[in-house]
Ligand binder design. Sequence first.
Ligand SMILES: [Zn+2]
Length: 230
Amino acid sequence: MMPLFSGPCPVCGEKELLADPVLWPDLINAWQLSEDETAYINRQQGLHCKSCHNNLRAMGLSTAILREIGFYGTLKQFCESFSDIRILEINTAGNLTSFFKSLPSHKLIEYPQFDMLNLDIESESFDLVIHSDTLEHVPNPERALSECRRVLRKNGKCIFTVPIIVDRMTRSRVGLAPSYHGQSGVPADDQVVCSEFGADIWQTVLKAGFCSCEIFSFEYPAALVLIARK
Ligand SMILES: [Zn+2]
């Protein structure tokens, strides 16, 4: 058994973590989650840093990014290091945006001004493309990833998270009752779930044209990060 993550926060260095359950009964039922799966998704989305409020998935994403860059320190320290790395962030990735903003070549684009299926961005213009829990809301995730690939320079990487239920295969929610992320009782159109990802997520990455797909485990199975290399 891998030990559970207990801090400090890889984003800001804070030692104290807090836990809030975030799933509600309607979402658990629509997603058909077992007790175990409910527990690890609650950890992924609800365990968070007391200081910067980033949750376990955002902490995992930060750690994967720092590891790929080869930086030993917190994300905050990296973002204050005057690196000229070109990062494209698609929709705000947790509470990471306020840190990324310190980087001179960081660009944030958001739905609906930017359509992930057809990015209004020049090809081969970024070193990293980052997104967090966005792909499951996009009608064609393979097309969205191929757009991420297009805007990456050679050897660039798309580093992202989606909620993954590790013991099942991906299923489309097309034709099923609408399921929403976000908050209980607040259905928002951009929060409707199109795909529930499972153990075959790597296929979507490779079909989009990436040459490799690494699954980085920050904490298994609650915090997995996909690293797709162009
Ligand atoms: Zn923090």
